[in-house]
Design a protein around this ligand. Sequence first.
Ligand code: NAD
Ligand code: LMR
Length: 333
Amino acid sequence: MAEPIRVVVTGAAGQIAYSLLYMIARGEVFGKDQPLILHLLDIPPMVGVLEGVVMELADCALPLLREVVPTTDPAVAFKDVSAAFLVGAMPRKEGMERKDLLSANVKIFKAQGQALDKYARKDVKVLVVGNPANTNAVVCSFYAPSIPRENFSAMTRLDQNRATAQIAAKAKVPISDVKNVIIWGNHSSTQFPDASHAVVTVGNTEKPAVEAVGDAEFLKSSFVETVQKRGAAVIAARKMSSAMSAAKAACDHMHDWWNGTAPGQYVSMGVISDGSYDAPKDVIYSFPVEIKNKQWKIVQGLSLDDFAKSKMAVTGKELLEEKNEAMAVCNAD
Ligand code: NAD
Ligand code: LMR
């Protein structure tokens, strides 16, 4: 058996973490032969709840889980971690946009960037889940200058999973028969879910999604809107934001980063923009990426029509505005 790795989950007493911790500790992210030491960070008022989570993890009797370190101290939480799931942040309520959380949440990611910089391994893989996720990730990376910018990512995998599920339902095929749906831009209602390069297996043949779905208008209208507004729809129904599906997406994201993508397949991740596809540089923009040896690479050469270009410009502009606002909040601190 390999040596245990240290993995931190922040917001460990919250909703998403309640599903996420079990999935990680079962080996669904880092592998069934990778022992783990889980660091659980939350804030002092949540210590009692955190104790309950620690009891339940023990009671799960999970063979890969070697140790659990509950803490409210970032110095302990981030010490020597190889992977960080940054979940801890305020969720939005009905009627809010995710960027309305910016002033409340961005300082958390400034402080955690500083703590990662000081205490984590330099090859740590950081996944930001807390909203507004892309902008929190860019802030976190800015305050952790000794860690490569490529090691910071934001979660748009939930959007990808939602989009894939919509296509599968419309084409009447199992989820596993749909691949390469893309999420461009921000994890917000300006994101652009793009099925124009997606492929659906029908019988023994692979077809473009537009052919399998048989409805080009659907892919430009209700498909896009449903995915853009799915988070709000879940909040309206549950009165709380998505948690089970968010935890599953966080596992999928880190799993693929750790283990790589299958040949011919790509996944969407918010990563530091190099200006590919005319996205603004130096924001965390969701691109299709291929992953090998724990390194992602933006998929190049995909054709974009005017519809796609206009949607991508809108979401890019929003990310620049959010980044400027976030840096102003941090500088005022
Ligand atoms: P929650 O309120 O149930 O849990 C959040 C936890 O974070 C709480 O226990 C809270 O005490 C803790 N916390 C707050 N500040 C902290 C800090 N400084 N350090 C450590 N912990 C801290 O919320 P949730 O439903 O688990 O959602 C968490 C975040 O994830 C929200 O911002 C939500 O909007 C976001 N989210 C993102 C996606 C995505 O796709 N990117 C999906 C779902 C939810
Ligand atoms: C989601 O997409 O479900 C999350 O970002 C939560 C939210 O606020 O919508």
